[in-house]
Design a protein around this ligand. Sequence first.
Ligand SMILES: C[S@@+](CC[C@H](N)C(=O)[O-])C[C@H]1O[C@@H](n2cnc3c(N)ncnc32)[C@H](O)[C@@H]1O
Length: 210
Amino acid sequence: MDKTPAEYWNEKFSATDDLIYTETVNRFVEELASPIVAAKKKGKVIDLAGGEGRNSVWFAERGWQAENIDISSAGLTKFLAFAERRGVSEKVFANCADATGFESVLYPVDLGVVAYLQIKQESLAEALECLIDQIKPGGHVIGVWHSRDNMDNDYNGPRDADVRPSVATITEMLSGLPVEIEVLENRDGQVQTKEGLKPSVTLVLKAKVL
Ligand SMILES: C[S@@+](CC[C@H](N)C(=O)[O-])C[C@H]1O[C@@H](n2cnc3c(N)ncnc32)[C@H](O)[C@@H]1O
């Protein structure tokens, strides 16, 4: 029998004490969120599917309250230990829930971040709608994914196209929602493989909630 997503991610995160996705904030999250964090000293952020919490901890270290909402209890346990090591336990919240339907303990928040939540497009649409629902008017949503565009030449990320959004799928998902897209584009990058550096394409989103 196939594993559920929660079983898959719990096994993956439990297999090692190391942080699989590192302790370092994702570079696109850092780039897109830095001006927002610089403009507001004590904001609130939902890190949707935040896993081991590299992005949540980055916000907490900058004085923000960060709620990591993830389907994996094992990922969240590692996140809480990581936050404690960094001395930001009082700033963070762990919420074990499915991205397609959750209630934030920090509602309403200034910012929603979703990084590498690679799920079917129908589910991603539900997750984005739920996330945007919890963000204050004037707040922002930031997204980062392995892009479907240029998938043939892309060496990392899942091989199932339906779990990789594109500019077109995200545009359609957001079309009926109260947001104004500020950035939605593919960024070229490189990944280290056994055969050396190979190209990768990352889809990034920044939108303002109306
Ligand atoms: C590739 S990891 C990315 C973790 C984190 N955002 C980061 O950038 O380090 C994907 C995360 O999505 C979570 N996830 C997968 N499906 C989910 C769902 N339906 N609801 C909530 N979280 C989910 C997994 O548990 C995992 O933590």
